[in-house]
Design a protein around this ligand. Structure first.
Ligand SMILES: Nc1ncnc2c1ncn2[C@@H]1O[C@H](COP(=O)(O)OP(=O)(O)OP(=O)(O)O)[C@@H](O)[C@H]1O
Ligand SMILES: [Mg+2]
Length: 497
């Protein structure tokens, strides 16, 4: 390869309070390449990129930009050297407008007057968003945008600084299919212009689709770099997990029981006339395009969204669910789609998050014995294989995928009859995915009914006993496990076009 080397990282090591998370890692980014950085949850991918950009100080190793040694102290310095990052945890400031977010700290002013050239900034914001093919009002409050739109704003921001290197840390985790297609087009265009892109994703198919090379980290160790097109899927997986993974989806041989949940004519402002049932021990997959109303239906079921009409029956009895606490008392657990917004308290420890839904209202009478709590938490950490330094680690310093395992695990504490999972494996590595699938299987064997919303069709097909397809706020179809395939689901999801 004769492309210019933009970035070279050599022998990078890093420890957090005695815990070594990177051990002599090498990584290189060339001009005009999309370089995938692959590794399980907690492997050290985000940390390596934070070292590159000066967010974290490295303990050992060297970094070169176009052959020159550098040692960035903060992101301002790395940005000036042409490196932009779209972080896994988005950096959008919710109460500012889109435009203010785009130009934060580098506002355009009229000459030296100090007056803001708002018109110019609005125009540029539009232009950069336009390059991504999205229409977002520059004056909209950023916090009101969908996660996908916020991500687009961050990408537009990277474009606006003319970065030579763009790091994308799980950019597609919250995007719709159409937004993903657009992003891939943008990536291709940037690549043609000579930009080097670091692409972090747990979605293997994306890596094969958009990347030129792939480097693998495992437990903070550099495993190797391969050229896409010269590496087999299975080889990459075994580099990634250090063992043969076997089949991803466990054998489903659970005997489903009686009807546990029955939903009748559920209607709100965004969906109407929703009818379905879930039996004991059954997994109901809920498919549909993003924005079809899947999450909203489940929020209503959980008392988190008002309904206009309709009834919910649990074990044949009409359930009165007005608030989430009513749902929890009726035995419903809900793993939300956005772990940062709703699922986790980031400043609390692993232990506190695991035991959260157990407390106050739910188990008022039982005094929580700390021994029981510790046993429970340790059991959860073990079952989910959570990579943590211990019960008391703050959840916000866990890797993204490990946070997701906690979101799921914490609901098991209430022994739910019905567990709603909204995109349960988003941002979760293949190994952890398999663990989550096995836990779902175990739960259903114990009689728990699971409703799983997922945008990943292989997952819907691999795990569901039955599939409900939502289209524009209505049920577009229902498929049995044996008859379902990707085409049929997409057909129903797009209203039979
Ligand atoms: N600020 C911090 N304090 C303590 N530990 C940290 C901190 N940041 C990261 N870690 C630890 O470093 C390890 C690597 O984390 P990192 O976020 O780099 O993983 P990752 O490969 O990006 O994972 P994911 O795919 O889940 O995003 C993890 O064990 C994590 O808990
Ligand atoms: Mg990460």
């Amino acid at each position: 390869m004769s492309q210019q080397t933009l970035i070279e990282m050599k022998g990078i090591s890093k420890s957090f309070v005695g815990n070594k998370v990177l051990n002599e890692v090498n990584f290189e980014i060339l001009a005009s390449e999309v370089h995938a950085l692959l590794g399980e949850n907690g492997a050290g991918k985000s940390t390596l990129m934070k070292i590159l950009t000066g967010i974290y100080e490295r303990d050992e190793g060297e970094v070169f930009v176009k052959g020159e040694p550098v040692h960035f102290q903060n992101t301002k310095e790395s940005e000036e050297a042409g490196i932009a990052v779209i972080h896994q945890e988005l950096n959008i400031i919710p109460y500012l407008t889109v435009m203010e977010n785009m130009f934060l700290g580098r506002e355009i002013k009229f000459g030296k007057t100090g007056f803001l050239n708002t018109k110019k900034m609005i125009q540029l914001t539009k232009e950069y968003l336009g390059q991504l093919g999205v229409e977002i009002d520059p004056l909209a409050t950023a916090g009101n945008l969908s996660v996908g739109q916020q991500q687009m704003v961050e990408i537009a921001k990277a474009l606006s600084v003319n970065a030579e290197v763009i790091v994308m840390d799980e950019p597609t985790a919250a995007l719709t299919d159409r937004e993903i297609e657009r992003l891939f087009e943008v990536i291709e265009r940037l690549r043609e212009q000579g930009v080097g892109i670091v692409y972090i994703s747990h979605r293997m198919e994306e890596i094969f689709k958009v990347c030129n090379r792939v480097s693998v980290l495992r437990d903070g160790e550099y495993i190797g770099t391969r050229v896409i097109g010269e590496v087999e899927y299975d080889e990459l997986i075994s580099m990634l997990v250090g063992r043969e993974l076997g089949t991803l989806f466990p054998e489903r041989d659970v005997d489903v029981g009686d009807v546990r949940l029955k939903v009748e004519g559920l209607t709100s402002d965004v969906f109407r006339d929703i009818n379905f049932e879930v039996k004991q021990g059954e997994i109901l997959g809920v498919a549909g395009l993003m924005g079809a109303g899947r999450s909203e239906i489940m929020q209503a079921l959980f008392g988190y969204r008002e309904i206009e009409s309709g009834n919910i029956f649990i074990d044949g009895k009409k359930a009165k669910i007005k608030k989430p606490i009513d749902a929890i008392k009726s035995g419903i657990g809900f793993v939300t789609e956005d772990r940062k917004e709703e699922g986790l308290v980031l400043s609390m420890s692993v232990r506190e998050n695991f035991t959260l839904p157990n407390l106050d209202d739910v188990s008022k009478q039982t005094v929580i014995s700390s021994q029981k709590e510790h046993e429970f938490v340790d059991d959860m950490i073990g079952r989910f294989n959570v990579k943590t330094s211990g019960r008391e680690q703050e959840v916000k310093s866990l890797s993204g995928g490990n946070q997701q395992k906690i979101v799921i695990g914490k609901w098991l504490g209430i022994n739910p009859k019905i567990l709603i999972l909204d995109e349960p494996t988003r941002g979760v590595d293949v190994g952890a995915k398999k663990e989550i699938y096995q836990i779902m299987n175990e739960l259903t064997a114990q009689g728990v009914s699971i409703i799983m919303i997922s945008s990943e069709l292989p997952e819907v097909l691999g795990m569901s006993d039955r599939i409900l397809v939502i289209h524009e706020g209505q049920i577009g179809g229902e498929l049995n496990r044996d008859e379902a395939d990707q085409e049929k689901i997409m057909y129903a999801a797009t209203g039979g076009e």
